[in-house]
Design a protein. Sequence first.
Length: 233
Amino acid sequence: MAALVDLPDEAFETDLYIINSHYRCCGGSANDPARQQNSDAIINWIAQAKTPGGSVELPLNTAITVLGDFNLVGGLQPLDTLVTGDIQDTTRYGPDHPPDWDGTANTVLDARHNGLPSGALWTWRNDGSPFQPGRLDFITYTDSVLRPAHSFVLNTASMVEADLAATGLQAFDALLAGGSGTYDHLPVVMDFVSVPEPSGFLIAALACAMFAGLRRQVIDSWVLGSSQNSPLK
């Protein structure tokens, strides 16, 4: 899904273009080609959107974010392509294209549980599984025109009672089916500020969609932040 958010002109100099994707799950590296095709196609689309006369044309310096459940259970090339614009199938999707407006790479949001500096990065976990938690959900953005003001992975199960009461949340709200032990998937949230900052404050609460399921695959240790294996939806 792609959508252009029409922000109030009196507060913001540009609008916000959001691309939300759910990549092919499971299968380990066997499904990497499908995931890579997603990333190649998205970079091709962004290249056209930034080029006058393309299939879709965005005004110069429109803020762009690509986010979703990327299901990186094989290699990391699909994420690298989204960040750097390194298209693998150039015959079908054209030449490489750095996705930011300044001709550089995009940035991956480093959101942590409940915004705590020491918070975890994972967005999936099943306490009844032998696998370790995994980081499956990402937000990438054009850092030449956006910067994160605040960000967090919402994990209500680890919030203290005072914070739950203050926000009107319950301990299992962010878990699957409101029960304990299965986190599928936790929302990833980021508040953006325009760069350079105009008179207004762009707050775009972007939550990666939560998908249910019980399929398992191995996720790369770089994504996990550990040397363990993880299930993946």
